[in-house]
Write a protein that binds this ligand. Structure first.
Ligand SMILES: C[S@@+](CC[C@H](N)C(=O)[O-])C[C@H]1O[C@@H](n2cnc3c(N)ncnc32)[C@H](O)[C@@H]1O
Length: 565
């Protein structure tokens, strides 16, 4: 397993602002996790200003800053719509650029501002102790600039850091994890360092084409970068098939090719792009305002044939009703592509934006695809969770196995919480007495059970259930585990589960996380407790391994090893 040298510590020390923020937590310091997450979870999108035409011409940006200097640090708070000249100091958690207003130190966050970049931003949102701006003009570029290979890179919500050198992306991610573990998790830099807890981030060998699953949305209005919405309703030329414009549920950037997904997936996307607007097909995109229209999402998922190792692709059309005859012409365009082995149709009649259907029909080929991970075969259906970067998932699971450190004599019990299709539990089952997996999605549980059979694993039990709703009876159906694996999705663990784990006192917990902020919070609860929640921590953080599963995006994965004190 390749690891790059630890940039984190070096970089951390070379950023005096970060030290200052920690030493001097003032109202103008870095936005707290809580305030940041509030603003993220309840965004009130403000239209992005379009380029310089929107610039406040009555005051040049530097004079704006100068006039504010006179007001003094404590009273400085920018107004909505105000323009500021800013320099991005670092990438904060969620991938936004963190800037400070000169002299006042007031913190401003800007999407797509990268470290070292000098730019003019307009205030679009004010939070308790920081503001958010939209970039309207770059004055000088960021450090570590590289040309982004994708034409959509500067607008698409998928890749936000494509034009940042990969080593700089890794450095920033490592810094963010360290920062959150210190600020939110209440671990000291010293203990992370002295006890060799935090490991250097593990890079991803492929920075493109690494995603095995992409979900594109159909929309009735294409958004063109820098321009107004193409408001030509009912005109197929204005229809979009692509990704959401960041922060907007109703604007779509039309995408013909995505560099994060595989070549076979791009072949399918191209074939559909070239045909779905054909008026003879009578296909309409679903409109999120009027709730009229048929096509909602196109999900493309890549696996491999477990015998030949050849790629196999699932195409999932999510539609608002079941009208297979309408999809027929599209099927004709893609069924000849050799990698396409499964075409399914999820029917989602809700007005929400989700791609999970209430009903699913197999229109062509198989209802699942397969993939091989750490020597085991897995069947994956359209709506089951499966790690989206297969190669890096192998790296992640190898770390989990290392941290689990099973004796291999078949004496130990493993509890796999948030087990998805059972991938982690099944890779450990070979060396355990029994694995118990819990997961909320019924389809994932059936996949997990089928996967156990497929691999002739007979010592694994998978149970469907909501881990946010456990009661005092949870845990009565299985023996006390020696090792708990917990791999929640972004919101992290519910307090009920934290309390259960603190009562359970299993010797070892391996916490796999795709959100370092909630991970840091949960580590704090498990290790230090919380007066507010009336819990006493009883674990010690032994290892924290960040893994880059998602190059060119702000997402970070971590594996943490906790031992009972
Ligand atoms: C990050 S995935 C991990 C899956 C699996 N460990 C893996 O590596 O493939 C999180 C899983 O938690 C499940 N999940 C989310 N909320 C849940 C809840 N409240 N109770 C149980 N499972 C939940 C999701 O369906 C998903 O399969």
């Amino acid at each position: 397993m390749a690891a790059i040298p630890s940039h984190g510590l070096r970089c951390f020390n070379s950023h005096p602002w970060l030290q200052t923020l920690r030493r001097n937590p003032s109202p103008h310091s870095f936005p707290s996790f809580t305030s940041l997450s509030v603003s993220l979870s309840s965004p009130s999108p403000v239209e992005e200003d379009s380029e310089e035409s929107q610039l406040d011409t009555t005051a040049n940006p530097s004079s704006t800053n100068n006039s504010k200097k006179k007001e003094g640090n404590s009273s400085f708070f920018p107004k909505r719509g105000q323009t500021l000249e800013l320099v991005c100091e670092s990438l904060a958690f969620t991938g936004k650029g963190l800037c400070k207003v000169s002299d006042t130190g007031f913190v401003v966050m800007c999407d797509r501002a990268l470290p070292g970049e000098r730019f003019i931003g307009r205030v679009i949102r004010k939070n308790r102790n920081y503001a958010e701006v939209t970039k309207i003009k770059t004055i000088s570029p960021h450090w570590d600039f590289v040309e982004a290979p994708c034409e959509h890179a500067s607008h698409c919500g998928g890749c936000k850091t494509q034009n940042l050198l990969y080593e700089a992306q890794l450095r920033a991610k490592e810094e963010q994890v360290r920062d959150l573990v210190v600020r939110v998790g209440n671990f000291s830099d010293k203990e992370l360092e002295c006890f060799d807890i935090m490991k250097p981030i593990i890079p991803c060998d492929s920075q493109f084409h690494y995603r095995n699953k992409m979900e594109f949305s159909f929309g009735s209005k294409t958004w063109l970068p820098g321009g107004p919405l193409q408001d030509i309703q009912n005109d197929a030329a204005g229809y979009a098939l692509g990704l959401h414009v960041p922060g907007f549920f109703d604007k779509f950037l039309n995408i013909n090719k995505c560099l994060l997904q595989s070549e076979p997936a791009n072949k399918v996307l191209k074939a559909i792009q070239e045909s779905w607007r054909d008026p003879n097909f009578d296909l309409s995109p679903y409109d999120v305002h009027s709730h009229a229209g048929f096509l909602k999402h196109l999900m493309l998922r890549l696996g491999r044939d477990i015998n030949t190792g050849l790629p196999e692709l699932m195409v999932n059309f999510v539609t608002s009703s079941y009208k297979p005859e309408l999809l027929k012409p599209l099927l004709e365009q893609i069924s000849h592509i050799p990698e396409v082995v499964s075409i399914v149709n999820n029917i989602n009649t809700s007005i929400g934006n989700t791609s999970v259907g209430e009903d699913e029909y197999t229109l062509l080929g198989k209802s699942t695809i397969t993939e091989t991970l750490r020597g085991l075969a897995f069947e994956i259906s359209a709506n089951s969770f499966f790690q989206t970067n297969t190669r890096q998932a192998e790296v992640l699971y190898e770390i989990v196995e290392e941290y689990a450190d099973l004796k291999g004599d078949g004496s130990e019990i493993v509890l796999d919480l948030f087990c998805g299709t059972g991938t982690i539990g099944l890779t450990l089952a070979r060396r355990a007495r029994h694995v118990y997996g819990y997961e909320v999605v019924p389809q994932a549980i059936s996949d997990a059970r089928r996967n156990a059979k497929l691999n002739e694993i007979h010592n694994a039990t998978f149970v469907q259930g909501d881990l946010n709703k456990i009661d005092v009876n949870f845990g009565k159906d299985f023996p006390k585990p020696d090792i708990v694996i917990s791999d929640p999705n972004r919101p992290g663990m519910h307090m009920k589960l934290i309390k259960y784990l603190l009562r359970l006192q299993s010797p070892r917990i391996i916490y796999v996380s795709c959100n370092p902020a909630t991970c840091a919070r949960d580590l704090d609860y498990l290790c230090h407790g919380s007066v507010e929640h009336n819990i006493k921590g009883c674990y010690k953080l032994k290892r924290l391994q960040p893994v880059d599963m998602f190059p060119n995006t702000p997402h970070i994965e971590c594996v943490c090893l906790l031992e009972l004190q």
